[in-house]
Design a protein around this ligand. Sequence first.
Ligand code: GRF
Length: 197
Amino acid sequence: MKARIVVLASGSGSNFHAVLNAIDRGEVDAEVVRLIASRPAIGAIEKAENANIPSVVVQRKHFDSPESYENALLDELSSAKPDLIVLAGFLVQIPVLIIRAFENKIINIHPSLLPDFGGKGFYGIKVHEAVIKAGKRESGCTVHMVTENYDEGPILAQSKVPVLPSDTAEYLAKRVLDAEHKLLPKTIQTILKNQIP
Ligand code: GRF
């Protein structure tokens, strides 16, 4: 039986797309069974529709309390029976309830070489601006396990890219994103091979 992946996304979904492409090429032996989006009308949802993957929006503002939101998210995840949950640009902190329910089954991709430039406030273009401001010669991306400490779970894989003297945050972001699109599918396949008989 193929491993079941659920992807969570908040944005354009290019990493999600990279995973789908790798599955199509036979490089990842799995199927994406559901996309959970944190808001409507995002690129990730369009990509799910094009690939005939069921998607659902679970948005905090539609719920009266944090608890009802967390339970709805938990229900969506549980009913998909995932072997692996992939946060691919999901801009919402995963509730502890969910981390505990899916221990060692949730991974995230972050656009820096963690532990550098991770944690609160380091998301999107802000990460790359900070890397350039700090004068770093090297950046990259990290796939890590999601634990209760934000951006601090065990590192599973990293890929490095150079920071060029002429770089703007946008150029660097593009170079890192290209590296993400290779690293994420590769790491997923490694995890699935090691975890699932
Ligand atoms: C990526 O840079 C990822 O590292 C970060 O959010 C971005 C998502 O981009 N967590 P996309 O939606 O996959 O294009």
